[in-house]
Design a protein around this ligand. Structure first.
Ligand code: EPZ
Length: 420
């Protein structure tokens, strides 16, 4: 397993370009199963999760080609059973269920494992499929869904933690080929859901309201091939913005959508970070002393849970008390114990982390646990004095394209070490 070796204390300076959004491209790749015709997806990030999804589509019978940042696929003949081991390994693979149900009226996928950030149930996905007439059976770790007739229906998709992003995408995909009209109430409003809806509409689907809590899908008989460029990754953009602030550097982020980042940019400004927007680029630098802020993660357009860990690092560097409350996942504080090894003073009280910030961080070996916690540890290593070794970097490679190369280009002293 690879590690990243970081020598901290260097301000990041320069320009970075944001890649395509992981959380848009995964459901969009799954959506290509809805047609027998060729689809071309552009601005596909070079991530292990993308390679995984390509393997899953291949295991279902699709012909796929990943060349640079372009993904070409033709799902002319597909079967309804996904590869158990492949699907278990990546939570995002659950979003092949909707397309398989829509296209073949049946689907068999393995129950996606939970992960370190929470149980990750799929009850809302299954509730949605049942509202469209699907029969669901769970047996030996598989979910079997069959729907001789897929009929549009009205459903409320909100759960105990609010809407479901992939659940909304899944139901939109199945409903696109159902008979009649489906209305999803309490749909997720994330930009990635809008991107999926835009791709489906390019394929001939009839979806209105994506990005709002009420999405209406009028089923059609068939969908055709389409081309689509994936939106930029707002979480990657937020990660680099926070890294610039944490290292007291000045970074211009190109290709990001500032309109997808309102909550993050608002909190960064409140924390004393200067944000200058100039067309499609965002310049980030500190604006004097950092100030403590309180954050609660919420469904979009609230502060994103995927930026919580990264923001905690900035607050650990900020003199004063900051409170970060995680309302989306039940255990998304795995990074706290690792940050403590670098000298951060953070106490967990139920869903909240109380950060007593301002002490300088000093490098140490740390263990990555999940994708965003790993990004937080890299930022902490960049800001800390001395050397930090981040182990199990495969977590990072799932969701950040060439992050060490992009950071090196900004002046970071960071290198990847292949563990023998
Ligand atoms: C997507 O996961 C993202 N992943 C996650 O990003 C992101 O954190 C999450 O949305 C929330 O924004 C992808 O898009 C591949 P949810 P998803 O269903 O769709 C509960 C990252 O780091 N819930 O919106 O799986 C669930 O337990 C990853 O890039 C149910 O209760 O998340 C959670 O508490 C991490 N029942 C909340 O809803 C369900 O059927 C939100 O989950 C589904 C979800």
């Amino acid at each position: 397993m690879d590690s990243l070796l970081i020598k901290g204390g260097v301000p990041l300076n320069g320009d970075v370009t944001i890649s395509g959004a992981k959380n848009a491209v995964l459901p969009i790749m799954a959506a290509t199963l809805l047609t027998a015709e060729r689809c071309v997806i552009r601005r596909v990030p070079d991530l292990s999760d993308v390679k995984f999804m390509a393997q899953i589509l291949t295991s279902l019978g699709a012909e796929v080609k990943l060349e640079g940042d372009t993904f070409t696929v033709c799902a002319a003949k597909i079967n309804p059973v996904g590869d158990y081991d492949l699907i278990r390994k990546m939570r995002g693979s659950i979003c092949i269920m909707g397309p398989l149900l829509g296209r073949l009226r049946k689907a068999t996928v393995s129950l996606p494992g939970g992960c370190v950030i929470g149980a990750r149930p799929i009850d809302l996905h299954l509730k949605g499929f049942q509202a469209l007439g699907a029969k669901i059976k769970i047996e030996a770790g598989y979910v079997h869904a069959t729907a001789p007739k897929l009929k549009g229906g009205d459903l409320f998709l909100g759960g105990r933690a609010g809407p479901t992003v992939l659940g909304t995408a899944n139901i939109m995909m199945a409903a696109s080929l159902a008979e009649g009209v489906t209305i999803i109430e309490s749909a997720a409003c994330e930009p990635e859901v809008v991107d999926v809806a835009n791709f489906l509409n390019a394929m001939g689907a009839k979806i209105v309201g994506a990005g709002s809590p009420t999405v209406t899908i009028t089923g059609v008989k068939k969908l055709h091939g389409a081309e689509h460029e994936v939106i930029p990754d707002r979480i990657e953009a937020a990660t680099f913005a926070i890294a610039a602030a944490a290292t007291n550097g000045e970074v211009t982020i190109h290709g990001a959508r500032a309109d997808h980042l309102h909550a993050v940019l608002d909190k960064l400004r409140e924390a004393g970070v200067k944000i200058e927007r100039n067309g499609a680029s965002i310049k980030v630098k500190r604006n004097g002393k950092l100030k403590p802020v309180d954050i609660t993660t919420l469904p979009y357009s609230g502060f994103p849970t995927d930026v919580q860990a990264q923001m905690m690092v900035l607050m650990a560097l900020t003199p004063g008390i900051s409170i970060i409350t995680e309302r989306i996942f039940e255990s998304r504080f795995m990074h706290v114990s690792e940050l403590a090894r670098l000298g951060a003073d953070i106490a967990i009280e139920g869903p909240s982390a109380i950060i007593k910030g301002g002490k300088p961080l000093s490098g140490a070996p740390v263990m990555a646990s999940d994708l965003r916690a790993s990004a937080a540890l890299v930022i902490a290593g960049l800001a800390a004095r001395g050397k930090t070794q981040v182990n199990r970097v495969y977590h990072l490679d799932r969701g950040y394209e060439k992050i060490d190369a992009k950071l090196r280009k900004l002046g970071a002293r960071i290198e990847r070490v292949q563990e023998t």
